[in-house]
Design a protein around this ligand. Sequence first.
Ligand code: AP5
Length: 223
Amino acid sequence: MSSAPKFVVLLGPPGAGKGTQAAFLREILGVPHVASGDLFREHLLNKTKFGRQVVSYIERGELVPDDLTTAMVMERLAQPDCQHGALLDGFPRTLGQAVALDEALAKQGHRICQVLNIVVPDEVLVERLSGRRVCRKCGAVYHIVHNPPHQDGACDRCGGELYQRDDDRPGTVRYRLKVYWEQTSPLIDYYKKQGVLVEINGNQSIEGVQAELKAAVTCDGRG
Ligand code: AP5
């Protein structure tokens, strides 16, 4: 088994299914799931000073400035449970963040092992995000049509209350997609040039995406 740390990036537009597939990927990779959106939402929930600095960006569907985002994620990656790597979800999201991450990993003699880019057409994304429900307690992700909970409004895993994210309103969703195409999609070429990008068809069933991811992952300790 390889002992090199496994830093894997989940790339894709809002609603592509990054959060949905993360639990499964975390299992096969054996590394923590580090999602920048979840880290931000934790600050908002706990009403921290940092949360007050970033709340207006998130509510508008804009990206939080690179310096604040990068500092937050790097602090998380410095924690002991990330010493063997991490599954990065939602970060990096700009070329500036991607370069900062590469430089920080290189300083420790590490590099990104693989970038899994989940591809889904925009019109499907709008429908997915407007039907999304998230557990307040454990963060599990559902969809009212494609992946409903057994009991309305309650999480299958922990019984927690399911809610709709403020930034999943249709107007904000469309703006987030525009931001994705302008600021995040250039990362596709950036990682293609590094030879680490793999494209995954996200426009199929959750199980279908999972199977494609399983076949695509090469840094799970096997190779
Ligand atoms: P973040 O929380 O990262 O949101 P996002 O990237 O917009 O991604 P989502 O969580 O919306 O989508 P997802 O791909 O995880 O989809 P999911 O699995 O839930 O960011 C929120 C905000 O924080 C940003 O707008 C920004 O302000 C800020 N931020 C975060 N990171 C930042 C950064 N690096 N820099 C600056 N700012 C940052 O699935 C969606 C729905 O579809 C669910 O209901 C699910 O059940 C359903 N679904 C999933 N897969 C399928 C399928 N195959 N078929 C049918 N339905 C499916």
